[in-house]
Design a protein around this ligand. Structure first.
Ligand SMILES: N[C@@H](CCC(=O)N[C@@H](CS)C(=O)NCC(=O)O)C(=O)O
Length: 331
């Protein structure tokens, strides 16, 4: 009994030590002037084609015509915690993606990157306009925000906060090809134990059973109801615009923030359920217009094959009437 207790205590102390020495730690978002890192190109984006926040920054860079070197960082969903590698933690000690490195200076947090790209690096014509971001774009950029500390906290006010909950079924499918040792590394080094615990549960229970666990089910259902309210507000805003974008024919950063929300709803199997053409014609037109922009190609090029496979598998589960997943995805 005493030996067991001593072993347990020693393990806790060792994990604490490893986390303190090698793990992620919280730092403030923004430009890290004091944290210069080695670099080869003027702009290097550390990102992952599956990451919602990464996609937002890829689009912003592409829309501003800024050439960048794409540095793929694995997420546990795509196989391993590349975000917790020592080299990456030097760029973003939070252990989250994306991070933009501009001439060796890291900028962390997707909204900070989008703001930096839009206000500091705008094109000639934007400079003439004083680089002001129209209010409606600011509004939707803020509504699409994903908080680093508590991503799902603001479901009622932020459409971005509904995204993690609605992605849980897809995360759960993706976990089935992830090794336990990769997950254990997350338990030791990640600074948000809740995120890692969900993945461990999903790996152990499988996608079908994990979505029946009460708090998980509730979170998905709350996110689903909340997203419908945000989409209604968006449909109203789009009706006030001449289209196809938020403020008329000029594309802006609010549009790019929303386009990655649509993409995530689509790949996680929700788009036609929460945003049917009949009820949301303008939102669907908005998405169609965004997908035909040249900048969309950066997302297509970086799209991991593993995500496409998992989305297909989730689609099968969700449409097979005898599964728990189909119950979750019913109209
Ligand atoms: N507020 C941050 C949130 C960053 C964030 O949560 N990124 C996710 C991907 S979208 C991530 O790195 N997840 C890795 C993990 O939690 O292990 C931002 O907008 O950049």
């Amino acid at each position: 009994m005493i030996t067991g207790f001593v072993i347990f205590l020693a393990s806790l102390i060792s994990i604490g030590f490893v986390r303190h020495r090698y793990g992620a730690r919280r730092v403030i978002a923004g430009v890290r002037h004091g944290g210069r890192v080695p670099h080869e190109a003027e702009f290097e984006l550390y990102a992952n084609g599956f990451s919602h926040c990464s996609r937002k920054t890829m689009l912003a860079l592409a829309e501003h015509g800024i050439a960048f070197t794409y540095r793929h960082v694995d997420l546990i969903e795509t196989g391993r915690y590349g975000t917790l590698d020592q080299d990456y933690l030097r760029i973003n000690p939070n252990g989250l993606i994306p991070a933009l490195v501009h001439s060796g200076v890291p900028i962390i947090d997707s909204d900070e990157i989008v703001n930096y790209v839009t206000t500091q690096l705008g094109s000639q014509s934007e400079s003439a306009n004083g680089l002001e971001i129209p209010e409606r774009h600011q509004f939707w950029l803020e509504k699409c925000r994903l908080d680093s500390l508590d991503p799902m906290e603001a479901i009622g006010t932020h459409i971005g906060a509904c995204i993690p909950g609605l992605t849980l079924p897809l995360f759960a499918v993706m976990m089935q090809s992830v090794s336990f040792s990769a997950l254990l590394r997350g338990l030791a080094l990640h600074n948000d134990g809740k995120r890692v615990m969900f993945f461990v549960m999903a790996r152990l229970l499988g996608p079908e059973r994990v979505v029946t666990v009460k708090p998980i089910r509730t979170l998905i259902e709350r996110s689903r109801s909340a997203v419908a309210v945000h989409l209604r507000e968006l449909e109203r805003h789009l009706a006030e615009s001449e289209g196809p974008y938020l403020t008329g024919s000029e594309f802006g950063i609010g549009d790019s923030a929303l386009s990655v929300v649509y993409l995530r709803l689509e790949e996680a199997g929700w788009l036609d359920l929460v945003c049917p053409h009949s009820e949301f014609p303008l939102v669907r037109k908005h998405y169609d217009a965004l997908r035909t922009r040249r900048s969309w190609e950066v997302l297509v090029d970086a799209y991991p094959a593993r995500v496409a496979e998992a989305a297909g598998r989730l689609g099968e589960l969700a449409t097979n009437k005898s599964t728990q997943m189909a119950d979750l995805y019913r109209l």
